[in-house]
Design a protein around this ligand. Sequence first.
Ligand code: SIN
Length: 278
Amino acid sequence: MTQHFEVEPVTPTIGGNVIGLDLSQPLSDEAFEQLHAAFLERKALFFRDQNISLDQHKAFGRRFGELHIHPASSPYKADGVSHPEILFLHADENTTRTAGDTWHSDVSCDPEPPMASILRLVKIPPSGGDTLFASMYAAYDALSDPMKRYLGELTATHDGAANYRDRAKRRDNFIEDKEYPRNSHPVVRTHPETGRKALYINTAFTSHINDVPKAESDALLSFLYQHNTNAAFQCRFQWSENAIAMWDNRCTLHHAMWDYYPNVRSGFRVTVQGDKPL
Ligand code: SIN
C-alpha cells in the first residue's frame, strides 16, 4: 500500500509537521524509511488528529525499536489490562508537580536511555501546555572549538533519585529505600545513527560533571544550561486533541510548559529503548 505524506519544517533547525499520515494503519516499509529519515533530520515530528488505540500507539513505537519501561512508574492499566510500556501523563487541579516541566532528555539516568518518545495528548487545556524542543546539535555546533575540545573529554552523572523521589513523595508512593538509576554519560555524545555530536546534559537528571571540582562543575553546568536553551535552537509545539509529538532524546531536550493550572492535560507516552551514549 502506498502511503503518501509530507514533512513540513517548523524552523530551519528543528521540528517537522507530518501531513497526510494515518498512524492507525500499519506503516509500509517505504513509509517507515521516509519517516525515519525525517525523524533523524527534523529531530522532533508532529502529527495531528491521530485517534489511535494504545495497541496502535505501541505498534507504531515498535517500528523504531524495542519499547522502554519507565524505571519509576507503575504500569498503566486500562479495562483490567496492564500496559507497562505506556506512561500515562496527567495534570489537573490536584497536581503539585508535572512530569517534564523543566528542560530534559527522557530518563537520561538510565544506562541505556530512550532513543525516542512518542506522546499523544487526549485532553488539552483551553490554552497553554505547549511543549518546547531544543536541538542539542545546534547547541554543540555553536560552542567555540576550545570549549568543544574541553567538553569532549568530560563525563557527567545523571541521577534519577532527586527527580523521581520527589515525584513519588507527591504521589504518596514513596518507598524510602527504593533505588533509582544513576549513570555516567559523556557530556558530548555522538548520535549512533547520524554521527553528529550533541550536548548531553540536562537540569532534570544531571547532578554534576565528573572528576572536576564542584565549583567548576556548577559553573560549567550553569553556563551550559543557559547556552543550550537559546531560543535559536528551539521550536514550540501547540497541542490539539489527539496530536502526537515524537522526539529524538539523543539530540534534543524538551520542556513541557505547566502554565495551565488548574486545567486538565493528559495523554499517553510510548518510549523507545536506546543504547549506551558514546
Ligand atoms: C515528557 O514526556 O517529558 C512530557 C512532555 C509533555 O508532557 O509535553
